[in-house]
Design a protein around this ligand. Structure first.
Ligand code: FO1
Length: 310
């Protein structure tokens, strides 16, 4: 069994490769839900949906989120009224949020709704939210007129295009949250636990910070394999590098090794960072150097083979 600690786009790509190799009842994606947001009265779960849509081969390849073949009639109407059209919800995507919200209102936990949605797309791997409790990533602005103000993750990521300095990241609701049914068991019995190349600060940390998760991963540290999302000091997509720096970590593969040091026994880094391997090994983290830019053809398959051969 392989459990993948998952954020959004980077995790979805890796899961596509693993899905081709592992009998899908043995593949579990434990997914971040702190990006979730209630907007227009609808519960939106971006990381769960990105993974589901990607594995169903329905994700918009141009955006990496949302669905292919989208129209935007509903959002146009919202805009027509001067409503909140800053967060683009396609007409097909809206159906997912309508269904999810209705089921949650019927008292069904998010993990159950997520399984229903995955099954409707014909997926048979387990996609599970790390918690069914409401946890929300909040960031504190460190520049501009809003300095010191705390805003929600999507307002930071989409509203401000994550183009603004941040002084703190907080996971609201984390103290009273607990892992969803099956998450801790998956961590305890998986032969491998993979930390996907997602943003360590706002995609992986909100999963690790759920009470109990870190303890389980510490105990299985020798089975935990991380993939650095930082290559040559940069993230392939999104604000991971700048957030690492803003949180006081080096935005490098060494910084990622330090970030995960207590729970991750092996870190896979890109060939571009081969020179950093000794510094990573000096931290007591085994370092594997290989191609990790999954957008290159063949790299994803080779990366999955490397990980599964470890
Ligand atoms: N990302 C954007 O940059 N702009 C958007 O308008 C946007 C809308 C959106 C709607 C549904 C959804 O599932 C994801 C969406 N995303 C959008 C991506 C979202 O911000 C994710 O949280 C990020 O990809 C980080 O995981």
């Amino acid at each position: 069994m392989v459990t993948v600690i998952s954020g959004g786009v980077g995790a979805a790509r890796l899961l596509q490769g693993l899905h081709r190799r592992i009998a899908t009842h043995d593949l579990i994606a434990v997914v971040n839900v702190a990006d979730d947001m209630v907007l227009h009265g609808l519960h939106i779960s971006p990381d769960l949906d990105t993974i589901t849509y990607t594995l169903a081969n329905e994700v918009s390849t141009e955006r990496g989120w949302g669905l292919e073949g989208e129209s935007w009639q509903a959002m146009k109407m919202v805009g027509h009224y001067g409503g909140q059209d800053w967060f683009s919800l396609g007409d097909r995507d809206l159906g997912t949020h309508l269904y999810r919200t209705q089921r949650l209102n019927e008292g069904v936990p998010l993990s159950t709704v997520t399984a229903e949605i995955a099954r409707a797309w014909g997926l048979d791997l387990t996609i599970i939210p790390v918690t069914n409790n409401p946890v929300r990533t909040m960031v504190t602005l460190a520049e501009g007129p809003g300095t010191g103000e705390e805003i929600g993750f999507q307002e930071y990521f989409v509203g401000r295009q994550h183009d603004i300095a941040v002084s703190a990241v907080r996971f609201d609701g984390i103290e009273s949250s607990h892992p969803a049914e099956g998450v801790e068991a998956a961590l305890d019995i998986s032969g491998r636990i993979i930390i996907a190349p997602s943003n360590p600060v706002v995609s992986v940390d909100p999963v690790l910070a759920i009470p109990g998760i870190r303890d389980h991963m510490k105990r299985r540290r020798d089975r935990v394999i991380g993939i650095s999302p930082i290559i040559g000091g940069k993230a392939l997509k999104g604000p991971a590098a700048r957030l690492m720096t803003e949180m006081g970590f080096e935005s490098s593969a060494v910084g990622v090794a330090k970030y995960y040091q207590d729970i991750c026994g092996t870190l896979v880094i890109d060939t571009a960072d081969a020179a950093l391997a000794p510094a990573i090994e000096a931290l007591g983290v085994r370092c594997v150097v290989t191609d990790t830019v999954m957008s290159e053809p063949g790299v994803l398959d080779a990366l999955c083979d490397t990980i599964l051969d470890l």
